[in-house]
Structure formats: structure tokens, C-alpha cells
Design a protein around this ligand. Structure first.
Ligand SMILES: Nc1ncnc2c1ncn2[C@@H]1O[C@H](COP(=O)(O)OP(=O)(O)OP(=O)(O)O)[C@@H](O)[C@H]1O
Ligand SMILES: CC(C)(CO)[C@@H](O)C(=O)[O-]
Ligand code: BAL
Length: 356
């Protein structure tokens, strides 16, 4: 008994925290479980905000929402290899631990100063891949064998069609995170709208006792949805990258003007992408920006199946993905973006809400 007491007090003095803060850094499943236990007994509400780091205002808006209505917020920072395809950007994905730590500590002070919050950031969970995949990492291939969670058919369309292992990776890692942290509420961004549909299914179908909260998309002033991958864009592509949002807005305008059929609504979006591409292709190679439209979709909000007409009582989801191609003829000293400005795949969406 005496030795158990002395070992717990020495643990307390060596607990890892973010600099100049009370925010615990938890790296193992066991340490999260130990941190979590007393909060269950005290009936404190625990929120989880899953992220892959490279934090921006979109992530911070989720943490703010979580602190408003929960006693403890846990932010996970983990670049989950299982959701990246073999030819995707796992090796260059931005990792910005020091800046992330600074942003979290600053936000935590802001949360403490604002009397409207129930809680603050209590911990970050930053595990390694061996910790998250104790049986060994199963691999990123479509036919990799291992313990996976798959949510179909919703995970097979749109993003799932272009990224066949993506939602399997997301659902698997979220199931792990939910089992480790045992949150009362989990916070996700609308920017990744199909991901929110997949997560809601996961929670419903596996009886996970957590509420899924979806927060609005945070945008830059010109409308571009904030995203960790925007750092890849560089100065030439950045202004043109708003094309997807402009296209979705045009489709939304068509709906608001009375259109209900797929052709009319999506034609408005396609006109924007076609016009912008034509403008760019009229420029010299050292000035222009090329992009490809992966998809523009008008889908059922419950299952992401394509709609031929919108039922206003149900609403719809307008979403899309574009590939911003690497710039041609880079100029000396040109800022090409993180990692030399590779192809960047951007997604965005607008919700057509159900009519009251
Ligand atoms: N602009 C945003 N507004 C609101 N939530 C966001 C925004 N961007 C990301 N999120 C949410 O933050 C959570 C973590 O996302 P993630 O770490 O993948 O960031 P990301 O910016 O979406 O990165 P990526 O560029 O890789 O897609 C997800 O729930 C995601 O939907
Ligand atoms: C939910 C998530 C953190 C799982 O790795 C990721 O897909 C993301 O950041 O949106
Ligand atoms: N924001 C979703 C994570 C991904 O695209 O990999």
C-alpha cells in the first residue's frame, strides 16, 4: 500500500504537459484509461476532438464548441496511415507539433478567460502507430488484411470511390479512439461531410454511447474552406482554389432560385468550373493554374446517394472534390507551397437544409 502511494506521487511529478499549461500529454492507451477513470466516477462530461494535427482555425472552432458544453476536452493528434491510399500524401502530410502545442495552450487560456465555458482542454492524445495498431500495422492496400471497421455502402461513394481505403481507415481509427477515450461527445467538422455521415452510422450501428456533434465549416475570407492541406497550394494556386466553393455556391443559388432538378442545379456549378478553367488556360503556362474536377454531387443527406430531384422537406448535400495540379513552368523564387507544391485534392460542401 505504502509503495503504491509513493509510486503514484512520483508519477504525478513526472506527468508530461504542454509547455506553460495544465494540458496533459497522453501517449499510451493505458495513460488515457488512467486519466479517464476518475471523470467517469465524478460524472464529468468528456469530449473528444479527433484531428491529424497541423491545427488551424477549423480545428480550434471544434475545440471551442467542445469546451462550451463539456467539462474536459481531449484533442487527439494522430496522422492515421490507414486512411491514406498507397499513392497519397502520407509522407509529406504536414506535421507541426510545436505550432500545434502553442495554438492549444493559447486557446486553453482563451477558454479559461471566457466565463461561458464548462471546460477546457484537459489532454492531448498523441499516440504512435504501434500503440494504435498493437497487432502490427495492417497496411494501406485495398486488400490489406487486419481488423478493420467498414461502413458500406455510404463509405464507397464519392470520397470513398476516389479513395477506396479512406473511410475504412477513418472508421477503424475512430472506433479505436472512441474505445480508448470513451467520450460522451465527439466533435467533427462539416468540411468533411461524408465523414460525418460515416461516423454517425458507426456510432449508431456499433451502439457507441457518444453523441456526434457536427460543427460548421470555418473558411478563409475569400471562402476557401480551411484545411491542413491548403499549405501545399503556394501563391499561384491559392486564389484559384476557391473555384470549388464558388461552384457550389452557384448550385446553391440555382436551388434558392427555385430549381429542384439535378441537371439545372449542377449545371450552375459546372458553368463556374468550366469558365474558371477556360480563363486560366488562356494565360501563359508560367501564370496559369490547372485543375481537374473529381466530382460535384447532389446527394441525399442520410446516405450520400445521388439525387435526381431535391425534396425540400429533406434537403440535400452539395459537395465536390477538385485536384489542383502542380504549377507549370515554376518561376525562380516562386512560393510553390509545402513539399514543392504537389497535386492537392480539395473537398468542400454546402448543405441545403430541410425546409421547416
Ligand atoms: N475548415 C474546417 N472547419 C471545421 N472543421 C474542420 C475544418 N477543417 C477540418 N475540420 C475538421 O477537423 C477535424 C480534423 O480534421 P483534419 O485534421 O483532417 O484537418 P483537415 O484540415 O480536414 O485536414 P486535411 O487537409 O487533411 O483534410 C475533422 O473533423 C474535420 O472535419
Ligand atoms: C477523423 C480523423 C481525425 C481520423 O483520422 C480524420 O479523418 C480527420 O482529421 O478528419
Ligand atoms: N480531413 C480528412 C482527413 C483526410 O483527408 O485524410
Amino acid at each position: 500500500m505504502a509503495s503504491a502511494c509513493s509510486s503514484s506521487s512520483s508519477n504525478r511529478s513526472t506527468l508530461e504537459r504542454l509547455p506553460n499549461s495544465q494540458i496533459r500529454i497522453l501517449r499510451t492507451v493505458e495513460s488515457v484509461r488512467r486519466w479517464r477513470r476518475p471523470h467517469t466516477l465524478d460524472q464529468r462530461m468528456v469530449a473528444l476532438v479527433p484531428t491529424m494535427g497541423a491545427l488551424h482555425e477549423g480545428h480550434l472552432s471544434l475545440i471551442r464548441a467542445a469546451a462550451r458544453e463539456n467539462h474536459h476536452v481531449v484533442v487527439s493528434l494522430y496522422v492515421n496511415p490507414a486512411q491514406f491510399g498507397v499513392r497519397e500524401d502520407l509522407s509529406s502530410y504536414p506535421v507541426t507539433w510545436d505550432a500545434d502545442a502553442e495554438a492549444l495552450v493559447k486557446l486553453d487560456r482563451e477558454l479559461a478567460d471566457d466565463g461561458n465555458n464548462l471546460g477546457r482542454i484537459s489532454a492531448v492524445f498523441a499516440p504512435t502507430t504501434p500503440e494504435m495498431y498493437p497487432g502490427g500495422f495492417p497496411g494501406q492496400e485495398v486488400d490489406s488484411k487486419g481488423s478493420f471497421v467498414t461502413i458500406t455502402p455510404v463509405g464507397e461513394v464519392l470520397e470513398g470511390k476516389s479513395r477506396p481505403t479512406f473511410f475504412r481507415g477513418v472508421a477503424t481509427v475512430c472506433m479505436k479512439l472512441f474505445n480508448i477515450v470513451q467520450p460522451d461527445r465527439v466533435y467533427f467538422g462539416q468540411k468533411d461531410v461524408q465523414q460525418t455521415v460515416v461516423i454517425k452510422r458507426l456510432v449508431r450501428d456499433f451502439m457507441i454511447p457518444a453523441e456526434v456533434v457536427v460543427c460548421p465549416t470555418a473558411r478563409a475570407e475569400d471562402g476557401l474552406a480551411l484545411s491542413s492541406r491548403n499549405v501545399y497550394l503556394g501563391e499561384r494556386r491559392r486564389p484559384v482554389s476557391t473555384v470549388l466553393y464558388r461552384a457550389l455556391r452557384a448550385a446553391e443559388d440555382a436551388y434558392n432560385a427555385g430549381a429542384r432538378d439535378r441537371e439545372t442545379i449542377l449545371a450552375a456549378a459546372t458553368k463556374v468550373t468550366d469558365d474558371v478553367l477556360a480563363e486560366q488556360m488562356a494565360l501563359a503556362p508560367e501564370k496559369r493554374v490547372r485543375f481537374e474536377v473529381d466530382y460535384i454531387s447532389l446527394a441525399d443527406p442520410d446516405n450520400m446517394e445521388e439525387l435526381s430531384t431535391v425534396d425540400p422537406v429533406k434537403g440535400a448535400i452539395l459537395s465536390g472534390a477538385i485536384r489542383m495540379l502542380p504549377v507549370e513552368d515554376p518561376q525562380p523564387g516562386e512560393d510553390l507551397g509545402h513539399s514543392g507544391g504537389p497535386l492537392v485534392r480539395l473537398i468542400d460542401n454546402i448543405i441545403i437544409p430541410p425546409s421547416a
